[in-house]
Design a protein around this ligand. Sequence first.
Ligand SMILES: Nc1ncnc2c1ncn2[C@@H]1O[C@H](COP(=O)(O)OP(=O)(O)O)[C@@H](O)[C@H]1O
Ligand SMILES: [Mg+2]
Length: 337
Amino acid sequence: MSEPFVSLSNLTLSYGDTVAVPALDLDVVEGELIALLGPSGCGKTTTMRAIAGLLSPTSGRISIDGRDVTRVAANKRGIGLVFQSYALFPHLSAFENVAFGLRLQKLPEAEIRSRTEAGIATVGLAGFEGRKPAEMSGGQQQRLALARSLVMEPKVLLLDEPLSNLDARLRLEMRTELQRVQKKTGVTMVFVTHDQAEALALADRIVLMKDGKIEQLGTPHELYAEPATAFAAEFMGFENIFRAEGGNLVSDHGQMPLGFAAAAPMLAWRPSGVVVGEGPFRGTVSASSFAGGHREYVIETPLGPIKADAPIESAEVPLGESVAFDLPETTARALAA
Ligand SMILES: Nc1ncnc2c1ncn2[C@@H]1O[C@H](COP(=O)(O)OP(=O)(O)O)[C@@H](O)[C@H]1O
Ligand SMILES: [Mg+2]
């Protein structure tokens, strides 16, 4: 692995006496898009603020591109910031919004012009130079905010939930757009989201955070296929998680015999890993909804409600009916306690 480009070592971040992030270690490789993923309040924004220089660490060290920047002012770190609120200047045109930072640097007019035009083209906004932010859609405003950061040629671009103000369709579109821009510019990106699908779709690596600590770090595929803990599994869509004790599956509701030898203290199944219509167990269908390619059931069982997806081709089980089901070994994910 190459030298880390951004390195957080033993970083502790606090608000007064409250420690939000205790002793975080994280290395980001140059040119990678790393996603900080986790529920609200787990310390994502706090970590970003520290990297940006907007929050002084209680202890620990931050380095960027081989330089210790722990005590370096925010505007001297070579960081670009894109937040959920775009903070564009409403009275300036798209062009002048993007050119703003370059003008502050008192660069020659010709350079300002060419870099601004290139930045606007990179985010696909050529032709919109004369528009005011209010005359642009939410997605276009977000692209403009991205262009404004990119033209400053930051070493690292920090994006804190940049897509969460957009509607679902635009969010998908901007995901692809961000990936394209990142591959094109090669800029190192730290991307914050609480949306696992967004992290899976965008990131080279995902840092799953819980209570200010790294719960698991890996590629999207690793996190999706091999979550190591119940928290990670739940975040990655394993909605059925049970303890395995003495040949039984156990929950707070009750227990059921397990048909195979458990390899771990906990086992988890995605809804798609539960078999509906055959198997050694029985339960009662308490909810059923059409979800396009499959049907989503909730089955009431001795373990409590189990979520199960059945192929749309299979016969629909009516609400209130008893149904056979299976929690097979082949689709079980073994988890540490
Ligand atoms: N300005 C603040 N003052 C005090 N506590 C804060 C402040 N900002 C965040 N926190 C606390 O720090 C923790 C992490 O918050 P934050 O980094 O904003 O989480 P996230 O971005 O993952 O939702 C939370 O418990 C939050 O309540
Ligand atoms: Mg946040």
